[in-house]
Design a protein around this ligand. Structure first.
Ligand code: ZN
Length: 295
């Protein structure tokens, strides 16, 4: 499943190509993905210019010149790819064979070039929805999201306020999208290992004392940022069913420190990494570095 660094990588690749382009033709090849395509999708998009491409959590927000927003979520296996030609005739866009999993195509013209953006999604857990910039923060998919993990709003005082009365495990708290938006299982495991916190540590135990909580939460925040930034620099992680938008076979394999390394030596202390299930999700951790009595 594409996690936040993959989605941000897609955004960074789409933005320079699509921003400023005029949508000349919009085509869906089926009625639905996880949800039905909006009925008025073609009507709302065709003829408009793309102003910018932004992101909230794992949602790509394609903003048009009339403030319409196309929300694109990649689900488990969604990807965007770009085909581009200097020929003006749209029929000339046969650069790569269309796949049966190509569900949406956006034809655009930009500075005399013809561009086609194609959304491909074999498992169809992704979706496309429409909203408007003035309503986007209240959209049902976005309105309850917490702070962006790469933004300044994620800081020790914020976590202190939000965690002090919670009694859940630290791992469950970090996976809660209402606390931090877009942080998934892989990067939560990585951040906990990096900050040397037990995945079972209770949040109220972590923040019971203001002075030690401040230090511990700073360590946690910097670990979250570090694992995400490193993944971004590597171009996102290589995960199953996932590919770069330029059609290359997948992301650079980002070396995880703990995720997927069951039985391999911990990179800090050489103790074998363990894997267990927490609320149905895999937790990879080092029993020495992340001992429950360490805060
Ligand atoms: Zn260790």
């Amino acid at each position: 499943m594409p996690e936040l660094p993959e989605v941000e990588t897609v955004r960074r690749q789409l933005a320079p190509v699509l921003e400023g382009a005029r949508l000349s033709f919009v085509k869906t090849n089926r009625a639905n993905l996880r949800y039905p395509f909006p009925l008025n999708l073609r009507h709302r998009l065709q003829g408009r210019h793309i102003s910018r491409i932004s992101r909230r959590a794992k949602y790509l927000l394609i903003v048009l010149d009339d403030d319409t927003v196309m929300i694109s979520h990649l689900g488990m296996s969604g990807s965007w790819r770009i085909e581009e030609t200097e020929e003006v005739a749209a029929e000339s866009l046969h650069l790569t064979k269309s796949s049966r999993h190509d569900h949406l195509t956006l034809d655009m013209v930009r500075e005399g070039r013809v561009i086609r953006a194609i959304y491909n999604d074999p498992r169809r857990f992704g979706f496309i929805l429409l909203s408007n910039m003035t309503e986007i923060d209240n959209h049902p998919m976005l309105k309850n999201l917490g702070v962006e993990p790469l933004g300044n709003a994620l800081c020790a005082p914020y976590l202190f306020q939000r965690l002090r009365h919670k009694k859940t495990s630290l791992k469950a708290a970090l996976l809660d999208q209402r606390l931090i938006a877009g942080l998934g299982n892989i990067y939560v495991c990585e951040a906990l290992w990096r900050a040397r916190f037990s995945p079972w540590l209770a949040t109220n135990q972590l923040v019971c004392d203001t002075t030690s909580a401040q230090k511990a939460l700073l360590r946690l925040v910097s670990a979250i940022r570090a694992v995400l930034m490193e993944a971004l620099e590597a171009g996102g992680s290589t995960l199953r069913d996932y590919a770069h938008i330029d059609g290359s076979s997948g992301y650079f394999q980002h070396a995880f420190d703990v995720y997927g390394r069951e039985g391999l030596p911990c990179r800090m202390c050489t103790t074998p990494i363990l894997r267990t299930l927490q609320a149905g999700r895999s937790t990879f951790y080092c029993p020495t570095c992340q001992s429950p009595d360490k805060i």
